[in-house]
Every structure is written in C-alpha cells, then in structure tokens.
Ligand binder design. Structure first.
Ligand code: FE2
Length: 344
C-alpha cells in the first residue's frame, strides 16, 4: 500500500514538473534567434560578449534583407526568429508594414536612441548609422570636382564611375531617398545621368574602393564604413570620402542604418528585447570587433564614442528624411532603376 502511495505521489510530482517546465521549454529561456542580414564575422565578437554577460545564447540565420523578409513572411507565426536584424531602414519599415514585427515599449531604448532613429511605434530600432556617399580618387580627382549625387551625372565622369548593382538594397534605398527628396522626375534624371556615364557595376563596396585605388574608376558611391576599415589599416589609401549634398540649399548626405525589431511571433520576446537594449547601450562601444558604433559606423547612442578614423572626416549634415520613407518609396525605386536601364 505504501509503495503504491509513493508511486502515485512520484507520478503526480513528475506530471506537475512536466506541466511547469513545458512553457519554459517552448520559450527556450536561454536563447534568442536572430534573422540577420549582417555577416556573422562582423557580429561574432559582439554576440559572444552579449552571451557572456547575459547567459543568453544568440542563434543566427543569415541572408539578404530581401530573402529574410520573404522567409519571415512565408513562415508567419511558425517562424523561429525572435529578432530581425536588418542593414537597411527600408527592410525594417516593410517588415513592420507587413505585420512581421511587434511594437516594443522600452525606457532603455527610448533613452539610448534618438527619436529619428527608431520607429515611432516601437517596431524597430536603429543601432548604427552608415552613410552612402561619394568616394573619389585622391590621385585623379580634384578637390571639389564632385559634391553631390546629381554631380555624378556630369559627362566628365563617363567611363570613370563605379556603382553597386540595382539588385542591392543599398542602391534601392539611395534611389528611394532621391525620389523622396527630388520627386520622381528629377530623381530619374539624376539616376539616368549616372547610367549614361556607363558605370562599371561591382557588387561589393570594398571592391569598388579597391578598383578606384587600382585605377579602374575615379569616382563612386559606397557606404562610409568600408573606407573607414581600409584607412584604419592603410592610412595612405588613395581614396577620399566626400560628404554629399552639403551645399546650403542641399539636404545632406544619405543616411541608412542597421537596426533590429522583435518579430511578431517571437517566442523569446524578453530575450529579444534584452538583446536590442544591450546593443543600444553596452554594445555601442567603439572598438575593432564589429560592434555597431565600432565597425567604423556612427553610433546611434549619442553617449557612445565615435571611432577617430571616421571622426577625421569632420562635421557633416545628414539628410533628415524620415527613415520610414525608404520602405514607402522602395517599389518606386526598383521601377525607376529598371526604367533607366541601371545595371543588375
Ligand atoms: Fe555593408
């Protein structure tokens, strides 16, 4: 009799335990799953540090912004992703509009990230800023020869221009910002002018810069941090950054961001928020490990230090265009690039 009672008690206890631990198992308490458009290499040290400090393991799935968006959409509520980590504001905005992200309220994030660098409804948060601007040969281009995006349409750059193909999100978002800025007709005239200069299309910003150094082209558009990386190792690299659109009547250089949002279906919501909060505070420290604010990007957190290599580029005006415009104008940008015969 006693044995049976013991058995029943043990069984009941086991059942209770199973019930109690079921939700914890489903939530994978020590994990956050990230769909990341950033290369793992650049983020490895950052995430390792986060895990060391919080005990939360970061599991990464990588892809382009467009591929990850498609995956999130296809997986719907079944997605394993807790966080979408984008290298483009348009991608985040579209994810929010498609209902793939959820709104987050966080005093830490509100405090750490300026208002224009996060979604007004808390669907995504920028973690670093990068600027797509003019890059020129210091050997073959005179100072002041090109000062704005429209200037690359000048016939003097025929056969001397390198650009990233139309399929890349950086090209699409820059074009989207030109549409928002100048209207579709004027934006089209500018981009058609670039195409008329018969650019060499190279699908890597690093290779574009190396091509300038090697004499393959003289002017180009790339993201700022690629030059920062090179200059930190080769201070005499013969390419100079020119902040675009700095004239009095001009709007400032094109800004893009890398940033994160919590997915609508996140099972590990608390861990996801903790990761974003950590990235916006501790993770903003400038160093060589690829941390946002490091990686030669500009931190979003105004208290974070700017890497001296990029600080040397001096003060500049940033286009204040709301980052949500990049998503809104994306379709129009893709259509415009096609119309003008921009290379793929
Ligand atoms: Fe990049």
């Amino acid at each position: 009799m006693r044995k049976i009672q013991m058995l029943l008690l043990v069984t009941a206890l086991l059942m209770l335990l199973a019930v109690a631990s079921a939700p914890a198992l489903a939530q994978n308490a020590g994990v956050v799953n990230v769909y990341s458009a950033r290369h793992y290499g650049a983020m490895e040290a950052t995430f390792a540090k986060f895990t060391e400090e919080t005990g939360i393991e970061v599991r990464l799935s990588q892809g382009t912004v467009q591929a990850l968006l498609q995956r999130l959409e296809a997986e719907g509520t079944q997605t394993p992703a807790d966080v979408f980590f984008s290298i483009d504001a348009g991608g985040l905005d579209l994810a929010a509009e498609k209902g793939l992200l959820q709104s987050v309220e966080s005093a830490v994030l509100t405090e750490a990230i300026p208002e224009d660098l996060r979604d007004p409804d808390g669907y995504w948060f920028a973690l670093s800023q990068r600027f797509r601007t003019l890059m020129v040969s210091t050997e073959r281009v005179e100072v002041g020869a090109v000062t704005n995006y429209a200037g690359l349409a000048d016939p003097q750059w025929k056969g001397r221009l390198c650009l990233r193909p139309a399929t890349h999100i950086y090209t699409i978002s820059l074009t989207a910002s030109l549409i928002a800025e100048y209207g579709e007709t004027d934006a089209e005239a500018i981009v058609a002018g670039w195409v008329a200069n018969e650019p060499e299309y190279i699908d890597s910003d690093s290779r574009i810069l190396e091509t300038i150094a090697a004499g393959g082209c003289d002017v180009a558009l790339t993201n700022s941090y690629y030059l920062g990386r090179i200059l930190s190792e080769q201070p005499d690299f013969p390419v100079a950054l020119v902040w675009a659109n700095q004239g009095e009547a001009e709007s400032g250089v094109h800004r893009n961001i890398s940033g994160m949002g919590v997915t609508a279906a996140a099972l590990n919501r608390d861990n996801a928020i903790q990761l974003i909060e950590w990235m916006a505070t501790t993770g903003q420290a400038a160093d060589e490990t690829g941390i946002p604010g490091g990686n030669f990007e500009f931190p979003v957190n105004p208290t974070a230090e700017v890497n001296p290599v990029i600080a040397a580029w001096g003060e500049f005006t940033i286009d204040p265009l709301p980052l949500t415009e990049y998503g809104d104008q994306q379709e129009a940008a893709v259509a415009l690039l096609e119309r003008v015969g921009y290379g793929f």
